[in-house]
Design a protein around this ligand. Structure first.
Ligand code: COI
Length: 393
């Protein structure tokens, strides 16, 4: 009978920690391990007319009923964002509106309550400002931000959760992979799939990640770093069974190939419902297009070299034939956490495809390096590109 009260940033209550934690040196940081002093929390309860007043309070455990639906049926969604320090000492976020939009979409997919994206972004900016001293300034380091929504309904019946908790925690971080920026190896598998048509792979749900843990352990036992996720398909020309490439570990995937006219093709799988619409994925496509249109110049890439972007299916057999013809220049994963991870080899059906990257520091090829450097310069406010870098004020 009433409109639920919206998420209202103007109702923010701030309870600062009495004691602040010492900040560890950046070199000692392990991705996701250390948390900042504060967190943001807000509850949704239909009996209390919707969203409560948001609160910034000292970081600490949540107290939830053991029957909570997030623990039983997994209505859990999250985002990954990063904050950087800009040239004037200001805190900056990278294309944060995209994370807010995706969080709303993810929440809707598991019937969690909706919220006002602008209000949540304003609250995240406040939280980042409160814990600004935690943003590392060392190149390659940033403050990882994890907005999360969990269903808190305490009835064990299988039904959507009509109550929820939204919280945001933050973690100062360096390189995502423990060996830093180095080329990774992938094991392509087809007996386990990350996502499927009609499934939830295009949403950022906690439940998409746990099924990857066991295949990941198997890949490591076989000497590879990450999984290359495939999905059964039919070859376009031969109509025989084939497998299309979907994602690398928890990242979107890009392939750089040589064209007969001397230009380059930069290809990533299309957003067909099985691919997570990554912010770094879209930024990679946008920046390559901007380079080709002459709007920006990629570092150490000839301005006349055109990079043609494609959102197109890549099958593993096509990749193998491009590789055997020597046309694969680079293969890399992109995501918020790692930004860009160069791939050195892919194991498939007992054979390793080894790519020509690895000559340069970090195993980066020319395009991967240019994209990584350009995105980082925009994130840290050194390079202005559209309104991608947003100041927290
Ligand atoms: C990301 O790159 O942002 C990811 O999704 C990986 C992860 C830490 C969940």
């Amino acid at each position: 009978f009433f409109e639920p009260s919206p998420l209202d940033a103007s109702k923010l209550v701030v309870n600062l920690a009495k004691e602040l934690k010492p900040i560890p040196p950046p070199e000692s940081l392990v991705f996701g391990e250390t948390k900042t002093d504060h967190m943001l929390i807000v509850h949704y309860d239909p009996a209390k007319n919707g969203w409560s007043a948001p609160e910034i309070k000292p970081y600490g455990p949540l107290s939830i009923d053991p029957a909570s639906s997030c623990l039983q049926y997994c209505p859990n969604v999250f985002e990954g964002m990063k904050a950087y320090i800009g040239p004037q000492g200001e805190a900056r976020l990278f294309r944060p509106q995209m994370n807010m939009e995706r969080l709303v979409r993810s929440a809707a997919r598991v019937a969690l309550p909706n919220f006002d994206e602008t209000a949540l972004l304003a609250l995240i900016k406040c939280l980042v400002t409160v814990d600004k001293r935690w943003i590392p300034t060392k190149p390659g380091y940033s403050l990882y931000i994890r907005p999360t929504i969990i269903g808190t309904r305490t009835n064990l019946g299988v039904r959507f959760s009509d109550s929820a908790t939204l919280y945001v925690i933050m973690s100062p971080s360096g390189p995502y992979f423990k060996n830093g920026l180095h080329p990774i190896s992938l094991l392509a598998i087809s007996d386990a799939v990350r996502a499927w048509p009609g499934g939830t792979g295009s949403h950022k749900l906690g439940l998409n990640y746990a099924p990857a843990f066991l295949p990941q352990i198997d890949a490591i036992k076989k000497g590879y770093d990450q999984i290359l996720w495939l999905l059964e398909t039919e070859s376009e020309d031969t109509k025989k069974k084939d497998y299309r490439i979907t994602e690398v570990g928890a990242m979107n995937v890009f392939l750089v190939t040589k064209r007969d006219d001397g230009d380059l093709d930069l290809t990533t799988p299309p957003l067909d419902g099985t691919i997570l619409p990554g912010v770094t994925r879209l930024s990679t496509l946008n920046l390559a297009d901007a380079h080709t249109r002459g709007e920006i110049c990629f570092p150490n890439v000839p301005p006349t070299l055109k990079i043609h972007t494609h959102e197109k299916r890549i099958t593993i057999s096509h990749l193998r034939s491009l590789w055997s013809e020597g046309k694969v220049l680079e293969f890399f994963g992109v995501g918020t956490a790692a930004i860009l991870a160069p791939v050195q080899k892919i194991g498939w059906e007992g054979e390793d495809m080894v790519f020509p990257e690895g000559q340069e520091k970090g195993g980066l090829g020319m395009i991967g390096k240019a994209i990584l450097e350009t995105i980082t310069s925009i994130q840290t406010g050194q390079l202005k590109f559209k309104d991608w870098s947003v100041i927290c004020s």
